[in-house]
Ligand binder design. Structure first.
Ligand code: CP
Length: 312
């Protein structure tokens, strides 16, 4: 594998899950694979889990991680082609990506969307510019439209905790005070579409994800109906896709409660706002898988880096 920028880069999700479980059982087995290889982690946005788990994954493989907060610490990067750079940007991505490629054997990038310009966000300008102008493999640590390391993590966690051959999995929208990206929901949807699960999405009217992502996945606007017989409830807020980046008026209460989900396992990528997205009683119960999901971030990243290192 050259780059990992989308769930679509996974050829066979079941074999990837099995390999991730093997890595989890013996995380230092491939400690020599990454010897003398450097992973550069470039953050245009904040992170706790991705920043630490991806470094941990690199260390488990014997790689040397180096980290930079690009926004603020680096020169402002210009992505436009042919731009007269007489504004705030001081360095073009053509030079920046080529230079970082000399220091790193693999580059991982986190760059969120603007949520104001759908066309620009969907062009994945930052991620795709690194893919185009870097001479080393690129890993997405969450881009404008996807969070494939999270999606892989969620697939692993779900497989580990499933007691049925074909569990029912619900991706449910929940409220939030800020306008949030679609990336996690998109990648989770793409991951579930590759697995042998009964997958449905629950969201209020006006919050359907891109049809390019949901395809023929059933979408419910009635949360209670969607939750019927659910084995897993994966919760995430996202802003409107049709009224791009907006928070809409929603007339019903979509916060996740213990009463609503019953015995279903609860999943969320974190960070999560308690008692806005989900009530304490869910997060503090044995049904919550959120800490195990965060743990599995390391093994998902380790699997991806291992596959890239094997191909260098
Ligand atoms: N889930 C996730 O990506 O967490 P961070 O934003 O803290 O990295």
């Amino acid at each position: 594998m050259k780059n990992y920028t989308s769930i679509n880069d996974i050829e066979n999700i079941n074999s990837w899950i099995e390999e991730a479980k093997e890595i989890k059982a013996n995380p230092l087995k491939n400690k020599k694979l990454g010897k003398n290889k450097t992973l550069g982690l470039l953050f245009f946005n904040s992170s706790l889990r991705t920043r630490l788990s991806t470094q941990k994954a690199a260390l488990n493989l014997g790689m040397d991680p180096i980290v930079m907060n690009v926004s603020g610490d680096a020169w402002g990067i210009e992505f436009g082609d042919g731009t007269v750079m007489n504004g705030n940007t001081a360095e073009h991505i053509k030079e920046a990506a080529a230079v970082v490629s000399q220091y790193c054997d693999v580059i991982a990038v986190r760059a969120f969307p603007s949520l104001t310009d759908k066309e620009k966000d969907e062009s994945e300008q930052v991620l795709n510019s690194f893919v185009k102008f870097a001479s080393v493999p690129i890993v997405s640590m969450e881009s404008a439209t996807g969070h494939p390391l999270q999606g892989l993590t969620d697939a692993i966690t779900l497989a580990e905790n499933s007691t049925k051959k074909k569990p029912k999995v619900v991706l449910s929208w929940a409220p939030h005070v800020k306008t949030l990206p679609h990336a996690v929901a998109n990648s989770f949807t793409q991951a579930m579409q590759k697995m042998d699960v009964e997958f449905v999405i629950a969201n209020p009217e006006g919050y359907n994800l891109s049809k390019e992502i949901t395809k023929d996945t059933p979408i419910y606007h009635n949360q209670e109906e969607a939750f019927k017989d659910a084995d897993f409830v994966y919760t995430k807020n996202w802003s409107s896709y049709d009224d791009y980046g907006k928070i809409l008026e929603v007339d019903s209460d979509w916060m996740i409660t213990k009463n609503k989900i019953g015995d279903a396992k609860f999943m969320h990528c974190l960070p999560v706002r308690r008692n806005v997205v989900v009530e304490d009683a869910v997060l503090d119960s044995d049904s919550s898988l959120v800490i195990e999901q965060a743990n599995n971030r390391t093994f998902a990243a380790q699997l991806v880096l291992k596959k890239i290192l094997e191909n260098l």
